[in-house]
Design a protein around this ligand. Structure first.
Ligand code: DGJ
Length: 729
C-alpha cells in the first residue's frame, strides 16, 4: 500500500517509487505537521525532524509561547491571522469582518483510486494506478472543514494534492484565499527555477537562489499567461540536468495563479501554490464547498531531467485524454502565416491542392472566415461564415478539401467579442466590464463573460453549429487577450471577486461540452501562442500552439523551457516562411523541419510560393516525422544542450521506453571558428547493449556512446542541424 497511517507516531506516510512524503498529527490539539519530502525512506517514524522537543516546544507544554510555535512549526496547510506569519494558504472574511482561521486534524480516510474535482480538470487514475488519502481538518470556531486530498501514483513517482473547503456553519463566509498546497522545507540552500517570458517569447528558464523573503511566479491576467507558467522547481544549488535533488510543482489550472517561495527566519523555505489570492473572493453559503485546483508534485533524485520525464509520463497517460492521446497527429498546413486575413475559397483550395501533392494531410483555415473579418478589428462573436470569401459556403470548401484526400480544420476565438460585431450590438452587457466605466480594449476586443450561463450557451451553440455543418476534424481554440475591467452586472457586489475563477470554470465547461459532443475532433488550444499553456488546458486538448514565434532558433529556447514540464507531443510546432515573420531571421528549410520535429509538426506558409528545392524537402520531412513520431511522442526525453547557457548548439535525445532505439536531434546555433568536431555524450541507453548508427552502420556499446559520446562533424555555417538514429543490435 503506498499510503500508511501509523497510529503510534500518528503519522501519514505516502510512498511512491523513489519518493516519500510524511505528515504527522502532533500535540493534544492535533496540529497537522509536515515531516519529510524527499528520497524514499523505509522508516515509520521520523517525527524527530519536527524538533518538538526544542523550544518553543508544543502548546500543551508551553502555551505562553504559542505564537512562536505557530510561527516556526512546519505546517501542512497554513492558515492566517493566529501567529504563523509566513505565507498562509487559507484566509477568510467573516460576517464580523474577522480574517483569522486555524485548523486541526479531525479524521482521515485512505482509498484506492482518485476522486474527480468538481468542475476542474485534474489528473486521473483508477484503482490500480493510484491511492488517495483525505485528511479532514476543522476550524471549530468558524465551523469550517478543510479536506486535504493527496493521491499517490506509486509507479509514476508522483503525488498530487488538492483542497476542499466546506462551510458547516449556518452563516455565509467569504474565502479570500484558498491555495492548493504548501510544503515547508527544512533548508534554504536551494535554487528556484521558473518559466517566464512574453508574447512570442514564452518559457524562458530563470534560475535563481532562494533568499530570505518572498520570491514568486504568478499571473493576475485571467489566464496563466505568456509571462509566467504555473510551474516552480526547487533544487540543490549544484543540481544539473542529471544530478541532484529537484522538487517540481505544477498547478493544473488556467487562470490567475501564485507559486511562491519564502525564505524564512530559521533558514526554512515555504513553498505555496494555488489560485492567486490577488482579487480573489468566494462566498460560501452554509453547506457549500469550494474546490481548489490540483498541484502535481514530483521529486527527483537525478536532476531536472528525471523530474521532466516524470511529468511527461504522468501527463501523457493520466491527464491528456481522447482519441489523439498517444497517437500521431495529422500533418497540417495552417493558413495564418500563409495568407493572414487575405484568402477566399480559391486561394485555400490552391494551397490545399499543392499541400496534398506534397503529402500534407490537413488544411486548417485560421482567423478571417466569419462575419466581415478582413482584419482583427471586427466580428469576433459572429460565428457566421463570410460567403463573400468562402463562395459556395463552408461545406463546399470542406468537401473539396476532403476530395483531395485531406482533412479540414478551423479556427475560433470563442471567448471574445469585437465591439464591431452583431453580438456586441445585441448584448453589450455580455462582456466582462465594470458598469459605467469604458472597458480597456486589447487587439480591439473584449472578453465575453463566460461566468454567465446564457453567454456560454450562445458561444456553444454558435461554435457547434459550424462544427455540425461540415466534416470538420480539428479545431484551433484561440484566446488573444487577457482579462481587465473584471466585473459584471449580474453578481452582487460581494460576489464580484468570484468572476475570475467563474470565468475559468466557464471555459472548462465549454471545452467539456465540445469534447463530449465532438470526441473525434482534434482540439488545439492557443492563446496568442503560449499564453495559456498549462495542464488545465491539456486535460481538454492534447496539443497547444506553443508560441507565435515560429522562428526555428527562437523555438529552441521556447521548446527547451516548455519541456521542463510538458511532453513534446503537446507542443504545437510548424515550419514557417523565411525571413521569419516575427523575427526576420533566415534559417535553412531543413533546420526548420528538424526543430518542428520536437513538436506536433506542421506547416504554416504558402507552399504555392516557396522554392522547388524547399518543396522537394517536404515529402522527406513528412517521412522523417512518420518514422520518428512514436519514439518522440512516447519515448523518454533527455536534454543534452541548453540554449540558455550555450548559444553554440542545442541537442535533445529521445530514447524508447525499452531502450532499444534512440534519436539525437542536434542543432548548431552559431558555428565556431578553428574548432574540432564537437563531442556529445548520449544519455539513457543500456550500458551493455550495442547500438548501430543507422546512417554509418558503425556499432558502439551504450557505454561508449554515453561516456565517450558521438562526434558532430562537418556542419558548416550557422543554424544547421543533423539527426542521429541508433538502433539496438
Ligand atoms: C494568434 C494565434 O497564435 C495565431 O496562430 C493566429 O491564430 C492568430 N491569433 C489569428 O488571429
Amino acid at each position: 500500500m503506498p499510503i500508511h497511517y501509523y497510529e503510534k507516531s500518528k503519522s501519514f506516510k505516502l510512498d511512491a517509487k523513489d519518493t516519500s512524503y510524511i505528515m504527522a498529527v502532533v500535540d493534544e490539539e492535533k496540529f497537522l505537521g509536515h515531516v519529510y519530502f524527499g528520497e524514499r525512506i523505509p522508516d515509520e517514524d521520523v517525527n524527530y525532524l519536527m524538533r518538538l522537543d526544542e523550544p518553543p516546544y508544543v502548546p500543551s507544554k508551553n502555551n505562553r509561547d504559542r505564537m512562536s510555535f505557530l510561527d516556526s512549526f512546519p505546517t501542512e496547510y497554513p492558515t492566517s491571522g493566529l501567529g504563523d506569519f509566513r505565507e498562509p494558504c487559507l484566509k477568510v472574511l467573516t460576517k464580523l469582518g474577522a480574517t483569522a482561521c486555524g485548523i486541526f486534524y479531525k479524521s482521515h480516510k485512505i482509498y484506492k483510486g482518485k476522486p474527480k474535482l468538481n468542475g476542474l480538470p485534474a489528473t486521473f487514475g483508477n484503482e490500480d494506478d493510484c491511492t488517495t488519502l483525505e485528511i479532514t481538518c476543522v476550524d471549530n470556531h468558524l465551523n469550517l472543514e478543510v479536506i486535504l486530498i493527496y493521491t499517490v501514483f506509486e509507479d509514476l513517482d508522483v503525488i498530487t494534492r488538492s483542497v476542499k473547503v466546506k462551510n458547516c456553519s449556518d452563516e455565509d463566509i467569504i474565502l479570500t484565499r484558498v491555495l492548493s498546497a504548501c510544503v515547508d522545507f527544512d533548508r534554504i540552500d536551494m535554487d528556484m527555477v521558473t518559466l517566464h517570458g512574453s508574447w512570442a517569447r514564452e518559457f524562458h528558464v530563470k534560475r535563481r537562489k532562494v533568499e530570505l523573503g518572498k520570491q514568486a511566479v504568478s499571473s493576475s491576467r485571467g489566464e496563466t499567461s505568456h509571462q509566467a507558467n504555473p510551474f516552480l522547481a526547487l533544487m540543490d544549488r549544484n543540481a544539473t540536468e542529471d544530478f541532484g535533488e529537484v522538487y517540481g510543482f505544477n498547478l493544473v489550472y488556467s487562470g490567475n495563479f501564485l507559486a511562491q517561495v519564502e525564505g524564512c527566519q530559521f533558514d526554512t523555505t515555504r513553498v505555496v501554490m494555488g489560485i492567486n489570492p490577488f482579487d480573489f473572493g468566494w462566498k460560501l453559503e452554509p453547506q457549500e464547498e469550494f474546490v481548489a485546483p490540483e498541484v502535481v508534485m514530483v521529486y527527483s533524485n537525478e536532476g531536472i531531467g528525471k523530474m521532466s520525464r516524470t511529468f511527461h509520463d504522468l501527463y501523457r497517460n493520466h491527464l491528456i485524454r481522447g482519441e489523439y492521446k498517444n497517437k500521431r497527429r495529422p500533418v497540417l498546413i495552417n493558413s495564418w502565416e500563409a495568407a493572414y486575413f487575405d484568402f477566399d475559397t480559391d486561394k485555400l483550395l490552391r494551397l490545399a491542392r499543392e499541400a496534398s501533392k506534397l503529402g500534407i494531410e490537413m488544411l486548417v483555415m485560421d482567423d478571417g472566415w466569419f462575419g466581415k473579418r478582413n482584419s482583427d478589428n471586427c466580428s469576433l462573436g459572429d460565428w457566421v461564415v463570410n460567403e463573400e470569401k468562402l463562395k459556395g459556403g463552408l461545406k463546399y470548401l470542406v468537401d473539396e478539401v476532403n476530395k483531395l484526400g485531406m482533412k479540414f480544420g478551423i479556427w475560433f476565438e470563442p471567448e471574445m467579442v469585437s465591439p464591431d460585431s452583431d453580438l456586441y450590438r445585441a448584448h453589450p452587457d455580455w462582456c466582462i466590464h465594470i458598469d459605467g466605466r469604458e472597458g480597456t480594449l486589447c487587439r480591439n476586443q473584449y472578453v465575453l463573460d463566460l461566468s454567465r450561463k446564457e453567454v456560454r450557451d450562445y458561444v456553444y451553440e454558435s461554435v457547434s453549429n459550424i462544427l455540425r455543418s461540415a466534416n470538420i476534424k480539428y479545431v484551433k481554440w484561440d484566446m488573444n487577450r487577457q482579462l481587465s475591467d473584471v466585473g459584471n452586472c449580474v453578481l452582487p457586489p460581494d460576489r464580484q471577486r468570484e468572476i475570475w475563477h467563474r470565468y475559468v470554470l466557464g471555459v472548462y465547461e465549454l471545452m467539456d461540452r465540445l469534447t463530449t459532443e465532438f470526441p473525434h475532433i482534434l482540439l488545439e488550444n492557443c492563446s496568442g501562442g503560449g499564453g495559456r499553456f498549462d495542464p488545465g488546458m491539456l486535460y481538454f486538448s492534447p496539443q497547444i500552439w506553443l508560441s507565435d514565434d515560429t522562428d526555428a532558433i527562437e523555438r529552441l529556447k521556447i521548446q527547451h523551457g516548455a519541456s521542463y514540464v510538458y511532453p513534446v507531443s503537446t507542443m504545437g510546432a510548424h515550419i514557417s516562411d523565411c525571413p521569419n515573420h516575427i523575427i526576420g531571421r533566415i534559417t535553412p528549410f531543413e533546420t526548420r523541419g528538424l526543430v518542428a520535429l520536437s513538436g506536433t509538426f506542421g506547416y504554416e506558409l504558402d507552399v504555392t510560393k516557396i522554392s522547388q528545392e524547399d518543396k522537394d524537402m517536404i515529402p522527406k520531412q513528412i517521412e522523417m516525422y512518420n518514422k520518428y513520431n512514436n519514439l518522440i511522442y512516447n519515448g523518454d526525453l533527455y536534454r543534452i544542450g541548453n540554449p540558455f547557457e550555450n548559444i553554440e548548439f542545442e541537442c535533445v535525445e529521445y530514447v524508447s521506453k525499452d531502450k532499444n532505439e534512440a534519436l539525437v536531434v542536434y542543432i548548431q546555433i552559431l558555428n565556431r571558428s578553428n574548432y574540432h568536431s564537437r563531442r556529445i555524450p548520449l544519455k539513457g541507453l543500456q550500458k551493455d547493449a550495442f547500438y548501430r548508427n543507422e546512417e554509418t552502420n558503425e556499432v558502439f556499446s551504450g557505454s561508449a556512446l554515453m561516456n565517450g559520446g558521438i562526434l558532430i562533424k562537418g556542419l558548416q555555417g550557422d543554424f544547421r542541424g543533423k539527426l542521429f538514429h541508433f538502433v539496438h543490435v
